[in-house]
Design a protein around this ligand. Structure first.
Ligand SMILES: NC(=O)c1ccc[n+]([C@@H]2O[C@H](COP(=O)([O-])OP(=O)(O)OC[C@H]3O[C@@H](n4cnc5c(N)ncnc54)[C@H](OP(=O)(O)O)[C@@H]3O)[C@@H](O)[C@H]2O)c1
Length: 218
């Protein structure tokens, strides 16, 4: 797959690197310096290059949206038309000091974003884990190829093709995808992401925290 990374920071930089190492063609875009994008592309050691958000959106089959909420309108304006593209968003609707969700309860960041791009195949994924776990989960997957389950990763969306692509990407990283349902369920997964962050950053174990859901069958 060709994957455009819109926002090459903690999440986009790491996920793009993993996608490239998993064999996808990756275009890193949207950082404050071009040197950073070029370095990410070089260090990814796969088929990766740096580009503009417009390149990333035009050339890719799927894009990862990974910017702070305050940068969203800017990156989307630079990306241009996303019609028909699979858009996987890990972005949370955080306020300026990252202390609270600015959209919650009766809607979610994911639903508000999807309204801005009604022709895109929008999926919410990867926002319920701290970026610090991503390389570890990928390394664990490569070490134990035959083990069936990695940690869980919750995703949701209304577009079946978009969700299929998200499942492939989630598995590529080494997570076990958990389909939480339609996009409106992001109202519950986004606050859950804050719970995970709270446990990861304030808890004893530090940020390297992933979780696993098991069905209890009695
Ligand atoms: N980090 C996590 O563990 C985590 C977990 C779950 C969800 N999320 C969500 O994922 C999204 C991305 O988070 P993140 O932690 O990856 O953020 P980040 O590290 O700040 O990355 C955001 C990217 O946007 C770029 N950027 C910021 N301002 C810019 C500007 N004026 N012009 C061009 N580029 C600019 C940054 O450039 P530079 O690279 O030059 O700084 C960076 O590449 C957020 O919505 C966050 O809520 C993050």
């Amino acid at each position: 797959m060709r994957i455009g990374i819109l926002g090459s920071g903690l999440m986009g930089g790491k996920l793009g690197t993993i996608f490239a190492r998993a064999g996808h063609e990756v275009i890193f875009s949207y950082a404050r310096s071009e040197q950073k994008l070029n370095k990410l592309a070089r260090d990814a050691k796969g088929k990766a290059k740096a580009g503009t958000p417009g390149d990333a959106a035009r050339q890719a089959d799927a894009v990862l949206l990974a910017v702070h909420w305050s940068r969203m309108d800017d990156v989307l304006r630079q990306a241009g038309d996303l019609s028909g593209k699979v858009v996987v968003s890990c972005s949370l609707p955080m306020n300026a000091d990252d202390a609270a969700l600015v959209v919650a309860h009766t809607s979610s960041g994911a639903e508000e974003l999807a309204k801005k791009m009604p022709q895109a195949r929008f999926v919410s994924a990867f926002n319920t884990v701290p970026s610090e776990v991503l390389f570890g989960v990928y390394a664990a997957k490569r070490k134990a190829r035959r083990s069936r389950f990695g940690p869980s990763l919750v995703y949701c969306g209304d577009d079946p093709k978009g969700k299929k692509v998200a499942v492939e990407l989630i598995r590529d990283v080494g997570f076990d995808p958990v389909d939480a349902g339609p996009l409106r369920i992001a109202r519950y997964t986004e606050p859950f992401a804050l719970l995970v962050a709270q446990l990861a950053y304030e808890g004893k174990g530090g940020p390297e925290l992933a979780y696993r859901f098991e069905r209890f069958d009695g």
